[in-house]
Design a protein around this ligand. Structure first.
Ligand code: FE2
Ligand code: FE2
Length: 150
């Protein structure tokens, strides 16, 4: 299942959900980091988790500047197909990395939609451009390491 994040007509609603998605991603990363064996993988995933945390801060600032509603934390809606619960039950580095790859496909899709949104705020361009670059980097690293590990 692909995420619906970013399909909302009102830009602030789409951005609100993007922020929730980043919160969900942080939780999924925490679960993944706890279960991974290889230290190199853990270190890389900590880096990616920090990127998501930075995205949350930046999106919150944007919503605040526009007096829009700001999410309190993770969505409870399961915006990610491989959320923290799934991650918490996986065994083996390869299956964990594969689950995180499908999450990063969701974040890529969501950031692409936000970047292409018809009502995109001018002051959101920087955050969304850099955010998409980060998400692409996360996805590419996961693809590369999964291929190598096979
Ligand atoms: Fe993000
Ligand atoms: Fe990511």
């Amino acid at each position: 299942m692909t995420t619906a994040v970013g399909t909302q007509t009102k830009f602030e609603d789409a951005l609100y959900e993007l922020c929730e998605l980043d919160y969900d991603a942080v939780e999924a990363y925490e679960a993944a980091i706890n279960r991974l064996e290889k230290e190199d993988y853990k270190a890389k995933l900590r880096e990616f988790k920090n990127d998501h945390q930075r995205h949350i801060e930046e999106i919150r600032k944007l919503l605040q500047m526009h007096q829009a509603k700001i999410p309190e934390g993770p969505s409870l809606k399961g915006l990610l197909t491989q959320g923290k619960v799934v991650l918490g039950n996986l065994f083996g580095d390869n299956s964990i990395l594969n689950a995180m790859l499908s999450n990063e496909m969701d974040t890529n899709k969501a950031y692409e939609r936000l970047n292409a949104h018809a009502e995109k705020w001018v002051d959101a361009i920087d955050t969304l451009t850099r955010g998409l670059e980060d998400e692409r980097r996360h996805k590419e690293w996961l693809e590369m390491v999964i291929k190598k590990d096979k």
